[in-house]
Design a protein around this ligand. Structure first.
Ligand code: ATP
Length: 356
């Protein structure tokens, strides 16, 4: 191996995937951490004195995020209170094991940990949902429920920010995916380093410009404990295609990852493109682009034995909801689940508690 390209006098032990520089371990750590610090400073991600919930899945990205945020917080005196927030989707052999890793992180990093489960929030585990709907489309339930669960957790913890471990590869993949789908309305949002769920608690992505390969290298050389198993249920097929495409492109030229992110950031959405307007779900008060939010529709489908209710076009969903409402009678509750009395008991208790 050649000498470290920073001329620190040490021997290089790796070639940085992002820049091609040959670096020693210490110089790699410094470069990687400084870039994240620069990202945080440039985007003014955090106000001093804030509380930040790190969305911790136990995987490499959120583990590195927790470790680096703690380190930078101390080194640069960000004055942040860091806590861990985990969502237990109820996937046996996957999330139960990865949550053990998060519990270990809690001890190692001295951070409080809050775990919220789909079971307590929605009345269903992902194992139960997959038993009902099968392996196709289950990622839709998981993604929609997780997004909302993280917001609910943040709300309960009264934090100022939720930081997720989304990295440069994740963002480039999402840009590609939205282009392939023609979903230009989502394109702008997916590259934003700060997004607002609508409840006033911003989501931030401090690893937005960190390459996945470098995150793995960092975790490896720092000997961080993280969970590596893939989800036991079918991976998101569409994202899988974008991922394969990106990996192929990266082999030709690694800078393609940054170029795709930059293209996504700079694209201007045509005025004719329909951008959904955000309102409140009439049932749970969660932010939504429809009268009833996607999570409530998916849950209603599950509770009524119509698990495909929320899958597909919103016009089809509206029609099915209307048909179903005509067949049902409701209890006196404002948030009644409209379960058919002749078929099952009223399921109001399993509607999502309202955010107010
Ligand atoms: N169950 C969960 N609980 C809390 N946060 C989660 C959970 N699942 C995902 N996240 C957050 O969303 C980010 C992106 O999730 P994704 O499913 O793409 O995982 P990933 O890219 O494998 O990341 P990681 O390596 O952290 O698991 C994670 O880095 C984490 O911050």
């Amino acid at each position: 191996m050649p000498a470290c390209s920073t001329k620190c006098g040490k021997t290089a032990i790796l070639k940085r995937p992002k820049t091609g520089d040959a670096l020693c371990k210490e110089c790699f750590f410094e470069a990687f951490e400084n870039e994240i610090h620069y990202t945080i400073e440039r985007a003014k991600l955090f106000r001093p004195g804030s509380t930040v919930a790190i969305a911790a899945s136990g995987g490499k990205d959120s583990t590195v995020l927790a470790y680096v945020l703690k380190l930078l917080n101390e080194k640069f005196n960000y004055q942040l209170k860091l806590v861990l927030l985990s969502i237990d989707e109820g996937i046996t052999g996957y999330r139960d094991d990865s949550l053990n890793t998060v519990k270990q992180n809690k001890e190692d990093y001295g951070m409080d940990l809050k775990i919220l489960s789909y079971k307590e929030l929605y009345g269903w585990t992902m194992d139960e949902i997959v038993a009902e709907i099968g392996r196709k489309n289950n990622c839709t339930f998981c993604g929609v429920f997780r997004r909302q669960a993280l917001d609910r957790g943040a709300y309960l913890l009264k934090v100022d920010y939720v930081a997720t471990g989304h990295n440069a590869d994740d963002i480039a993949e999402t840009v590609l995916m939205n282009i392939l789908r023609g979903d230009i309305a989502r394109l702008n949002r997916c590259t934003s380093i700060i997004t607002d769920s609508g409840d006033g608690i911003p989501r931030v992505k401090p690893l937005k410009y960190a390459f996945e390969k470098e995150i793995v290298m960092y975790a490896y050389f720092k000997k961080l404990i993280y969970f590596t198993t893939e989800c036991v249920f079918a991976p998101n097929a569409y994202r899988g295609h974008a991922r394969v495409l990106l990996k192929d492109l990266e082999k030709i030229d690694p800078t393609i990852i940054m170029n795709i992110i930059k293209s996504g950031e700079d694209l201007k959405v045509a005025e004719t493109t329909k951008i959904p307007t955000l309102t409140r779900c009439v049932r749970c008060n969660y932010v939504s682009s429809q009268d009833v939010c996607k999570a409530c529709i998916l849950l209603e489908g599950l509770n009524k034995g119509l698990p495909r209710l929320g899958i597909g076009k919103s016009s089809k969903v509206k029609r099915l909801l209307k048909e179903n409402e005509e067949k049902t009678s409701s209890c006196n509750s404002k948030n009644c689940c409209n379960a058919k009395p002749e078929k099952s008991h009223c399921l109001c208790k399993t509607t999502i508690p309202s955010i107010s």
